[in-house]
Design a protein around this ligand. Structure first.
Ligand code: ADP
Length: 569
């Protein structure tokens, strides 16, 4: 019998054996039930134990799962914030649409680039958005066709340019959006390249302009790498002058063609000059050498230094210069011959003329009683004309002497020389000759310079028509020359004669008793011009004239004048 049942019976009945026989089977059934119960309870207990273990494990798994989920969620949050930050910080406008083209997402830059107002954004109406986009484009139809084509082939990627009515240009890039292996939509990105396009256009425009200039100028231009001395570019004229196609010039060392003698002593790279401008030699492709005038300037771009060499062929110029020098030499020689000839002729003519003059004077005195009045007048006319002819010949002599005589140039203190010149012309009492200011010391030939002053002062005195006359001598120092003046209060000269009076044998107003040959100013002009100066006149007819002449300072004069002034005075 079941122990528990047996215990309970004995507790109630005292002794198990006192249980009546007829209920024994009942007890036996109860005992079996107790046993079954025990067995079940035992089983249930062990089942409960098993279940609790499983539950614990499940619980553990669940909590692990939960923390994993949390971690995943955290990761997703992180990724999402990273994605949003990236999306918002990019310079591109991004738009994400589903497979039907419905807007799924976009960044602020997209709204900004397409100037989409908040009202459209808030409406969520894709059609309004599309209309706003299309309205800004030059080719809305082309835009739509492109979009349609891409929606038809979901896997395709695309890249194109969008031109806006307001001049902006966008790059448009489109890529399918995939989730695992499945395409779920499309990402569009827009990049504003207006400034880049403008910069590229400006660059290409200036390159085009530069090409036009380089291709059309009549100067050969080569660009040389300052480090390697290799030619990196050459314009058509450079190629033509060198006589080789550009392809055979580029890459070669510049000295192969230009200034072959300057290897290792290039004025720019070896001697440190900043600009080189000189006559050099160009060696043509065929080895022939031609003279060139070249200019080299340094330049640098993209971190590299270059020399820009431009040059012109001066062969013709040199030949012309040579011819000019030869011609000048011939002219000089001919002039010298002419001057010698004029000198000899005038010198030789003076002797017979002097004879005629003497003879005529004798005749007029010895045969005075034989001549009637008319005869006397004619013999006097003959004497006057012979006298005039003598003066003219003397003038030619004077003129030719200017070019013939070469005197040593010395420093002359004009404050000493001018009184001498004044004395030589012996001014009458009614004419005052005044030196206005201190005169300079100049380097020149004494006889020549005294002749200039003497001719001008004697003219002023000779032509003086006022009872109280004055002649003033003055000088002005300019940077590279002295300007002297001789002015008077005489009759003056009309402007129309200003040029004529400097021509030989030209006199303007012949007055009775004035000896005039028309040589004085011509001689003065010749002397002044020999020094590289100029002579001219300013006049107020009736009131006087001022003759000016300039004398360029000689190089040594500029430095030495001060020193010499101290010594002379
Ligand atoms: P000449 O005095 O022998 O005629 P010049 O060559 O010295 O030759 O002068 C040329 C002309 O210029 C003169 O004939 C005169 O008419 C004019 N002339 C020169 N100097 C003066 C002056 N100071 N005042 C007026 N006329 C002048």
């Amino acid at each position: 019998m079941n122990k528990l049942l047996k215990g309970q019976i004995e507790e109630f009945l005292g002794d198990i054996n006192s249980v009546p026989q007829d209920i024994e089977p009942l007890f036996q059934a109860i005992s079996d039930a107790y046993d079954d119960f025990d067995t079940n309870q035992h089983l249930t207990k062990s089942n409960i134990a098993i279940s609790s273990e499983e539950l614990r494990e499940a619980n553990l798994r669940l909590s692990r799962e939960v923390s994993k989920q949390k971690e995943v969620q955290e990761n997703i949050k992180q990724t999402l914030s990273l994605l949003t930050a990236t999306l918002e910080s990019t310079a591109d406008g991004i738009l994400v649409v589903d497979l039907k083209g419905k807007v799924v997402s976009y960044n602020k830059k997209f709204l900004h680039l397409w100037r989409i107002p908040n009202s459209i954004v808030e409406s969520g109406d894709d059609n309004k958005l599309l209309a706003h986009v299309l309205d800004q484009l030059i080719d809305p139809e082309g835009f739509l066709n492109g979009v349609r084509r891409l929606y038809a082939s979901v896997e395709e990627e695309s890249f194109d340019l969008l031109n806006f009515k307001d001049g902006r240009v966008f790059e448009r890039f489109s890529k399918p959006q995939r989730v695992e292996d499945e395409t779920v939509g499309r990402v569009w990105s827009f990049h504003d390249i207006t400034e880049r396009i403008k910069a590229e256009a400006a660059l290409s425009e200036s390159k085009h302009r530069l090409d036009i200039v380089l291709n059309s100028i009549l100067t050969g231009v080569v660009i040389i790498d300052a480090k390697t001395h290799k030619i990196v570019d050459a314009n058509p004229l450079a190629a033509e002058l060198i006589g080789l196609p550009k392809g055979e010039i580029v890459g070669k060392v510049c000295h192969k063609f230009i200034c072959p003698a300057e290897v290792g002593k290039c004025p720019m790279s070896d001697l440190g000059q900043t600009v080189d401008q000189a006559e050099r030699v160009l060696v043509k492709g065929n080895g022939r050498e031609i003279p060139i005038l070249k200019t080299v300037t340094p330049a640098s771009w993209q971190g590299r230094s270059y020399f820009i060499e431009s040059f012109i062929d001066i062969t013709a110029l040199k030949e012309a210069k040579k011819r000019q020098d030869e011609l000048l030499e011939r002219v000089k020689k001919t002039n010298q011959e002419l001057e010698d000839f004029a000198y000899i002729i005038s010198h030789d003519l003076k002797a017979p003329l002097r004879g005629i003059s003497t003879l005529a004077t004798w005749i007029s005195t010895d045969y005075a009683d034989k001549f009637d009045q008319e005869g006397k007048e004619q013999i006097n006319l003959l004497i006057t004309r012979v006298g005039r002819m003598h003066d003219l010949i003397e003038g030619v002599l004077q003129y030719s002497r200017v070019g013939r005589l070469n005197e040593e140039q010395v420093y002359i203190n004009l404050n000493d020389l001018i009184p001498e010149a004044i004395d030589m012309v012996s001014p009458p009492d009614n004419i005052k000759v005044i030196v206005e200011n201190e005169l300079p010391v100049i380097k020149c030939e004494r006889t020549r310079i005294i002749q200039v002053f003497q001719n001008l002062i004697s003219n002023a005195i000779k032509y003086m028509d006022k009872p109280e006359g004055w002649v003033k001598i003055d000088s002005v120092e300019e940077e590279s020359q002295w300007v002297f003046s001789v002015s008077d209060n005489g009759p003056g000269i009309e402007e129309k004669y200003f040029e004529k009076i400097f021509q030989i044998f030209q006199s303007v107003s012949l007055r009775d008793g004035i000896e005039s040959t028309g040589v004085g100013l011509t001689v003065a002009k010749k002397i002044v011009e020999l020094y590289g100066g100029r002579i001219w006149i300013e006049s107020n007819p009736g009131h006087g004239s001022t003759f000016f002449f300039s004398l360029p300072k000689q190089e040594s004069e500029v430095h030495d004048a001060k020193y010499e002034t101290n010594n002379v005075s």
